[in-house]
Design a protein around this ligand. Structure first.
Ligand SMILES: [Zn+2]
Length: 136
């Protein structure tokens, strides 16, 4: 067996994760200390690290990369300084909507919704500040 749970545990601790062993040391429990609901159980199978859901994390000997993947699953930001919480946030669809009044992007209110007999639809948007000038 070339998998090394203890080496993996060391890398996980480097990411700030809590690590405990169970199953006579054959299973590792890791947790995000800031979110106790975020835990993952890591076991070894055929030289691979796998989660309790059967996801293959990676192969033995690549503990550092495996730890990074596990940390990602448990919502620990990357430690290389490139993590941007805003990048992970869902994009606001309004930024892609053109205002029918001022023709700038970022329209956030629906002014008109047209549904064709064919099932196609067209929706018009405006900024909430612009929508007031529209007379139906
Ligand atoms: Zn506008």
């Amino acid at each position: 067996m070339d998998t090394d749970l203890r080496k993996l545990a060391g890398h996980l601790r480097d990411h700030g994760l809590h690590v405990t062993f169970s199953g006579a040391g054959h299973t590792l429990q890791t947790a995000n200390p800031l979110h106790e609901a975020l835990t993952e159980e890591i076991a070894t199978a055929d030289g691979q690290y796998v989660t309790s859901f059967g996801h293959e994390i990676g192969e033995g000997g690549r503990e550092r990369a495996c730890a990074e993947r596990i940390a990602h699953i448990l919502a620990i930001p990357a430690t290389d300084g490139t993590a941007d919480p805003a990048a992970a946030a869902p994009h606001d669809p309004a930024q892609y909507r053109r205002c029918e009044v001022c023709h700038e992007m970022g329209a956030d209110v629906i002014t008109r919704m047209f549904v064709a007999d064919t099932g196609g639809d067209h929706t018009s948007y405006a900024h909430s500040s612009c929508a007031g000038v529209i007379t139906p």
